[in-house]
Ligand binder design. Structure first.
Ligand code: HEC
Length: 113
């Protein structure tokens, strides 16, 4: 029993002390890291610098205004925006992100060039 508690404790200490980039997972009590979230959750479709068109018709998102982007992402999260008919893809990505994480990733996209 003591051993189990001790190893559980060790695991949590390792998680908290580890590099935020390597242990990032939505829901852990770590400060939201926009860059890590972007690379993990957005880059496959939007490109490393937001330059890629996610599909024919959508544009680059590089450098988008932080507040505008955060609002749009929250709307996608709730399914209340569907610009080109593929909003469900965005919703499925955003549904696991918190408000803090959406704000952080928006600021990161804004910083992209
Ligand atoms: C599975 C692929 C995929 C992933 C991953 C993804 N997106 Fe998208 N994104 C899309 C598609 C498809 C659209 C077009 C949705 C529509 O029809 O409105 C879109 C639209 C957008 C738009 C609106 C673009 C425009 O031209 O108006 C923004 C901004 C955006 N995504 C940002 C993000 C961010 C930030 C992330 C990461 C949190 C992300 N996306 C993750 C596929 C993806």
């Amino acid at each position: 029993m003591k051993k189990t508690i001790l190893s559980a404790l060790l695991v949590s200490v390792t998680l908290v002390a580890g590099d935020a980039a390597s242990v990032y997972k939505s829901g852990l009590m770590l400060p939201a890291n926009g860059e890590v979230i972007y690379k993990k959750q957005c880059a496959t479709c939007h490109g490393d610098n937001g330059e890629k068109s996610a599909f024919k018709g959508s544009g680059a998102i590089t450098g988008m205004d932080t507040a505008t982007l955060a609002k749009e992402l929250k709307d996608y999260r709730y399914g209340s925006v569907n610009k080109y008919g593929y909003g469900a893809q965005m919703k499925s990505v955003l549904v696991d992100l918190s408000w803090d994480e959406i704000d952080a990733v928006s600021a990161y996209v804004n910083s992209l060039k």
